[in-house]
Design a binder for this molecule. Sequence first.
Ligand SMILES: [Zn+2]
Ligand SMILES: [Zn+2]
Length: 398
Amino acid sequence: MVEASKFLFERACSSCDCSTLIHPWTQKCSDATFSMLFNCIKGSYKFYAMVYIIQILMKGKKLTRKEMIEQFKLYLKSGIFGLTVGSSFVTLNCIFRKLFFSQFSYYTTVLLPCTISGLAVYFEPPHRRILVSNLFTNLVFEYGIRTAQFKGWLRLSAGRETLLFMLGSALFFYLMRLDRDNVKRTPLFWFFTPPRVSKEEGKPVEGIHGRSEACPHKGPCMNYIAKGAAQLFSVGLLMTCVRTILPRILTPKKALKSLKFSHLKLGIFFGGYIGLYRLIVCLLCRSTGKDSALHALPAGFVAGAAFRASPSLPIALAPVTSSLQIIISWAYQRGMIPAQWPLVELLYCVCQGILFHARVMHEDVCPRYIVNLMHTVTTNKADEIQSAFIKKIVAFGN
Ligand SMILES: [Zn+2]
Ligand SMILES: [Zn+2]
């Protein structure tokens, strides 16, 4: 893969017309704007259809008619956000080049327009803005670690990623339990939300039957643990199926043949994660006769070991990012950050600029999620633009 350094990029591309660099499929800037818009309408709604299906699956319960309509309205808004970001890249570049800059430069070609187009996040309602900012911050961390690995400054094995996830989970579950009693809880998207700390107290319980009075759930502990594990195991399995079987739905025989043990890995991770967490919390409640937010520390740590079944860098980092989110939301509530500061939106803009810049200039270390996101939302147009960049740089090198 070609790495576009500042030097190479500016030597090879700075004097190009916008039609050869930014919209190689057509000469006219207005045509480029329309074709980009058309592709992004298609791509954005396709992308968000998948996002919303996964989100509804993760909630693990049936939606009422009212909730369905609510979700559909959110889906329409998210689509506008996606298509605005996707389609504005070309137009902003054509305008910038005509008005302000006579040449393309390393920072003003992707970083600047994509930071500005991040303002489209205002199409999303506030709670979703927080979720997207969390996701993009996490991706920037991933990009940082990938860059460090690429340069040889850091080595992350699956074992180390697991340890990171275990430590992160311990902290995150603890903060989530502390935040449960908060009236202004920050929206989080996670496998499951731990229950409120139970105020009941009782005597220590021995054996495995029944429940302790301190347990933060109803019914016997074993049922509670098994139910959670089974539920999330099926979500994991379902998500794997959507990824591997749906694309082959037209050849059901081949689809079935392609099933392997490895397809259970995601289910084992999800199911094991909640199962272990609940098991440890119940054991602690039963042996001490009291519930406490602190139980989440050992429980989250042990549960994190299930991650070893299906390790991935973005998920390994996610609990740390979400812990930061809770801490920042507390800082807002305590007035340490003025309420009128649009920190979430600005953070999103900066992250989007950095990540889209990485997609074009440093494809090797760019998070896969961003590559797929841009490919899907622009219906392949991002890849066309990318190859025009690369061609220019390769041609210059020869
Ligand atoms: Zn143009
Ligand atoms: Zn229990």
